[in-house]
Ligand binder design. Structure first.
Ligand SMILES: *[C@@H]1O[C@H](CO)[C@@H](O)[C@H](O)[C@H]1NC(C)=O
Ligand SMILES: *[C@@H]1O[C@H](CO)[C@@H](O)[C@H](O)[C@H]1NC(C)=O
Ligand SMILES: *[C@@H]1O[C@H](CO)[C@@H](O)[C@H](O)[C@H]1NC(C)=O
Ligand SMILES: *[C@@H]1O[C@H](CO)[C@@H](O)[C@H](O)[C@H]1NC(C)=O
Ligand SMILES: *[C@@H]1O[C@H](CO)[C@@H](O)[C@H](O)[C@H]1NC(C)=O
Ligand SMILES: *[C@@H]1O[C@H](CO)[C@@H](O)[C@H](O)[C@H]1NC(C)=O
Ligand SMILES: *[C@@H]1O[C@H](CO)[C@@H](O)[C@H](O)[C@H]1NC(C)=O
Ligand SMILES: *[C@@H]1O[C@H](CO)[C@@H](O)[C@H](O)[C@H]1NC(C)=O
Ligand SMILES: *[C@@H]1O[C@H](CO)[C@@H](O)[C@H](O)[C@H]1NC(C)=O
Ligand SMILES: *[C@@H]1O[C@H](CO)[C@@H](O)[C@H](O)[C@H]1NC(C)=O
Ligand SMILES: *[C@@H]1O[C@H](CO)[C@@H](O)[C@H](O)[C@H]1NC(C)=O
Ligand SMILES: *[C@@H]1O[C@H](CO)[C@@H](O)[C@H](O)[C@H]1NC(C)=O
Length: 793
């Protein structure tokens, strides 16, 4: 067709190879460049790091209401020729990032798979939504669903059947991981809820969700093997994430369980190795955990070029090879495929069980049959460059504002009170001077998203400067701006703004992160700390706004002239309007941190392995020996002071929590769950509510605002295995309250919320003894507590 309306910008960009990571722009700061060399320890290597074999690959059961759809899918499978079957599981060339060929004689129009988690990336006239980290910072289920639904509408309207979204791997083990911003929070509970809401949103809008990357994809460095110059011989295998069984269940698998329960159609397996075995051919994780324990009914799709074998991957649980070919990132179908004709041969020569191949296709088709999928609903040959944005700009503006986290606010600096003279500083304030692709760490221009396959193509961007100017005009204010960080850092700012000193200085800072590279430091980029110092030296009312992938250490937070700090993350295309709404108090901030801000980058544990000193093929290892101690779980366990803790966020009003009450919903709670037939999400007994915890929230300040009450659980120390974090998030809500108003919020505690994973019995166990339930406004600001004893000691 002449002009495919899905604009393929660059298929290769989908995987943003490491070459992309070489130039870290002005952000790199020699002094705190981060390097972690994983010591080589052959003793551990031989004792640990092997994935047990789990075969055969479980067949789809139809449980969870999919039996009829499964029967229809089986009917479809029975009409396919062997060649058509191979085509159904192998990516082919086509207009989308991933393509499955059409089968005209059966009315199957093929499949179009598109990136990514904040936008339909390789398309124009589509919206760029807030990034996962921003969506998580809203702590708002409604926003998470609404965002997922609106994104789903755009994918469908552009003709894509499958959205390669959302992300819960990386979860955020390390502060430095380059892709944390694509995912949600450094906490499995908040991330799990975010996954569920986003997946429901996508799929209710008619597009298949693909939670990714399964599993242990917690760093970018060496995520793929390194090949010699022929491109075929491996010099060093990809890094291996070596994760113990309890940590796997309580951290990394947790949000995938929510995803499966939300009936995600597909799950993408990851690039790196897990206990020594590649993510897309690890039978323990794919057959054992995902299809077995969690009862996943959909299909496992590979990350782009993550397939390293044919029959072995299929037997380990991989159902679809994307993009299907061989060569660099599997991009070249002319070189053949590990799947394709090899699948047909393997069935014919008896190496591959034909029923396994049928199961792969049934898994792929069941979703369509269930959704009563009609080919006409998707139009892959329609008008080129058609506008699918609808009114989503309004939603994005609201989502960006509601997700902005107010970290500091002294002397009632914010909201602004109609200042007559405003100075705006920083290269993040203004327009992008190098195009709208958002694939580059350019010097001038505001950052609304990071780079790689998780980015979006901006049709427009509202900059902070233009939004502040538009708002200030209503007050007849003077707005002056300096966007050259080098100039600001080396100037006496009084010389710049003479003769009209500003009543407020607003400094916009940015921090880039992208797929394919881990972060080198946790400071803001482009000498941001120096420009804050330069401005604050002479401006007693300095307001700092960060547009960032996530964690930044904020040394200037102690500066008395820095009166306010706002973490706005990556808010998407309405960025400027979102922040102006907050600065002027049109929206009262209610975002809360989905991670912890420490005092110093060296305070964080769980570093990614960024270098190995040796050349052995197997030497890239990453030992997750911090176990459950990531982010606040670590800082709490070691009593380390932090600057702003997980869950923290201020408002222009104040809130109180009181009166925690606990209603028992199950009068005979047992230590272990009843053995019920596995449904999507695992044993349904794990999801049964045991307690209903209520707490009264009141707005004690003088303006309306939204509170985010949070519930943390402390397990009984004597009966829970060592290494259990002191506090774990197990409930949250977001509630809008008029000034002086009170409301009761409730948190349902499910069995899983009060259980630990017992490696001996291979099951979830509620320990005997007393749990402490703490309701608070952050992970370190508890206001009211209650005790429960589900099992008598
Ligand atoms: C890596 O090599 C450097 C330079 O030879 C050495 O200083 C360092 O101790 C080595 N680190 C490890 C973990 O082997
Ligand atoms: C390797 O790991 C083993 C087991 O944890 C430990 O006893 C040993 O000291 C380690 N060796 C080195 C050189 O770090
Ligand atoms: C990885 O190895 C650890 C240590 O032996 C084990 O506890 C865990 O279950 C293994 N996980 C997988 C998925 O192989
Ligand atoms: C079958 O797989 C092998 C790699 O194992 C590959 O070299 C070959 O090209 C494939 N054959 C076809 C027809 O795709
Ligand atoms: C069967 O075909 C597969 C795929 O081409 C190949 O890997 C395998 O070696 C073959 N086995 C036999 C016994 O011919
Ligand atoms: C797809 O879009 C084109 C152009 O807008 C239109 O002509 C065609 O009828 C549409 N096809 C279907 C199946 O809706
Ligand atoms: C930014 O300011 C520095 C220092 O004054 C100057 O050297 C540089 O040329 C300026 N950059 C631009 C793009 O104007
Ligand atoms: C800024 O002012 C200080 C104090 O007046 C002076 O020492 C310094 O040289 C000035 N710096 C610049 C870059 O003008
Ligand atoms: C704060 O700003 C004022 C100018 O308004 C300046 O005199 C003072 O030195 C600044 N304080 C610090 C700690 O830089
Ligand atoms: C962070 O910690 C490192 C190592 O302890 C230290 O060298 C550095 O000065 C600290 N940085 C800050 C900003 O405190
Ligand atoms: C944690 O720190 C606080 C205050 O610094 C102290 O009172 C408390 O004893 C410490 N707890 C532990 C377990 O170290
Ligand atoms: C929990 O309590 C709230 C408030 O009383 C109520 O609305 C909700 O239905 C209760 N949930 C359950 C499962 O009982």
């Amino acid at each position: 067709m002449a002009s495919p309306r899905i604009l393929l910008l660059s298929a290769l960009a989908a995987v943003a190879p490491a070459a992309n990571a070489q130039n870290f722009g002005g952000g790199a700061r020699g002094a705190d460049d981060f390097t972690y060399v994983q010591p080589l320890n052959t003793t551990i290597l031989s004792a640990y790091g092997h994935s047990p074999a789990v075969y055969p690959s479980p067949k789809i059961s139809g449980n969870g209401g999919w039996k009829d759809a499964m029967a229809k899918a089986q009917d479809f499978v029975s009409q396919l020729t062997p060649e058509e079957k191979a085509d159904m599981v192998t990516g082919a060339a086509g207009p989308c990032v991933g393509n499955i060929k059409r089968i005209e004689r059966l009315g199957f129009n093929g499949l179009c798979l598109q990136d990514g988690p904040l936008s339909i990336r390789v398309a124009d006239y589509a919206s760029v939504f807030s990034a996962g980290v921003s969506a998580a910072a809203s702590w708002d289920r409604k926003i998470l669903y609404e965002r997922g639904f609106a994104m789903g509408e755009e994918f469908k309207a552009k003709g894509a059947h499958v959205a390669l979204s959302p992300v819960c791997g990386p979860l955020g083990r390390s502060a430095y991981s380059g892709r944390n911003w694509e995912g949600f929070a450094a906490d499995p509970y908040l991330t799990g809820v975010a996954m569920e809401e986003t997946i429901k949103g996508h799929q209710d809008a008619g597009v298949q969700a693909t939670p990714k990357h399964f599993i242990g994809n917690e760093q970018e460095t060496q995520r793929n093997p390194k090949f010699d110059e022929t491109g075929t011989n491996v010099i060093q295998e990809a890094v291996s994430s070596n994760i113990d069984d309890r940590t796997m269940h309580e951290l990394y698998l947790w949000p995938f369980a929510n995803s499966v329960r939300a009936k995600a159609a597909s799950i993408m397996c990851s690039y790196q190795r897990l206990n020594g075995s590649y993510g897309c051919e690890n039978s323990k994780t794919l057959n054992g955990l995902l299809k077995g324990e969690l009862g996943f009914q959909g299909y496992v799709m590979s990350d782009w070029g993550a397939v390293h074998s044919g029959v072995a991957s299929i037997e380990s649980g991989l159902d679809m090879n994307m993009p299907g070919g061989l060569g660099s990132y599997g991009m070249d179908p002319t070189l053949g495929s590990f799947f394709g004709a090899n699948v047909t041969t393997a069935v014919n020569n008896g190496t591959l069980d034909a029923t396994r191949l049928d199961d792969m296709i049934r898994r792929l088709n069941t979703f369509f049959k269930k959704k009563d999928w009609k080919a006409e609903d998707w139009n892959m040959t329609g008008e080129s460059s058609r506008d699918v944005r609808g009114n989503h700009g309004d939603l994005i503006r609201k989502h960006g504002a509601e997700a902005t986290v107010l970290l500091k606010n002294v002397n009632k600096a914010l909201p602004l009170k109609a200042p007559k003279s405003i100075a705006v500083f920083g290269n993040d304030a203004g327009d992008i001077t190098e195009g709208f692709l958002n694939q580059k760490d350019y010097e001038f221009g505001t950052l609304a998203a990071g780079g790689g396959s998780g980015t979006g193509r901006l049709t427009y961007i509202i900059t902070p400067l233009e939004a502040v100017k538009a708002r200030a005009k209503k007050d007849g204010a003077l707005v002056q701006q300096w966007l050259n960080n080098t100039l600001i850092a080396s100037s006496n700012v009084t010389d710049l703004w003479n003769p009209t000193p500003p009543e407020v200085c607003i400094v916009f800072l940015k921090t880039w992160a992208e797929e394919g590279a881990d972060r080198k430091h946790l400071s803001v980029d482009w000498d941001g700390e120096e420009i804050v110092a330069s401005v604050a030296k002479d401006c007693a009312n300095t307001v700092v706004v960060t547009h960032s992938s996530g964690i930044n250490v904020l040394p200037f937070a102690d500066h008395p002239n820095v009166t306010a700090i706002l973490a706005a993350h990556y808010p998407g295309q309405e960025s400027g309007n979102s922040i102006a709404d907050i600065l002027y108090g049109d929206v009262n901030p209610s975002g809360h941190l989905p991670y912890t801000i420490a005092f110093n980058g060296t305070d964080y544990n769980a570093p990614p392995t960024t270098q190995v000193n040796t050349t052995g093929i197997d030497d890239w290892q990453s030992w997750f020996d911090e176990k459950l101690e990531i982010d606040y779980r670590y800082f709490d366990a070691h009593n380390i002071s932090v600057r702003y803790e997980f869950g923290f966020g201020l408002s222009y009003t104040t809130f109180e929590l009181a009166d925690v009450k606990v209603e028992t919903l199950d009068s005979a709670i047992t230590t272990t769950p009843k053995d019920e037939p596995i449904q999507p999400g695992g044993n349904p007994a794990l999801w049964a509510p045991l307690y209903n915890v209520t707490v009264e929230v009141s707005n004690t300040g003088d303006v309306d605002g939204a509170a985010v009450p949070q519930l943390y659980v402390n397990f009984p120390a004597a009966t829970t295995p060592a290494g259990t974090p002191p506090q774990q998030l197990r409930g949250f809500d977001k509630v809008m309250l008029k000034k002086g108003e009170k409301a009761t919020v409730s948190f349902e505690l499910m069995r899983r919320d009060l259980s630990y994973w017992d490696v001996v019995s291979q099951g979830w166990v509620i320990p005997a003894g007393e749990f402490t339930l703490s309701a608070g406004l952050s992970s370190r600001d508890f206001k009211a507590q209650a005790k429960v004893t589900p099992i008598k000691a």
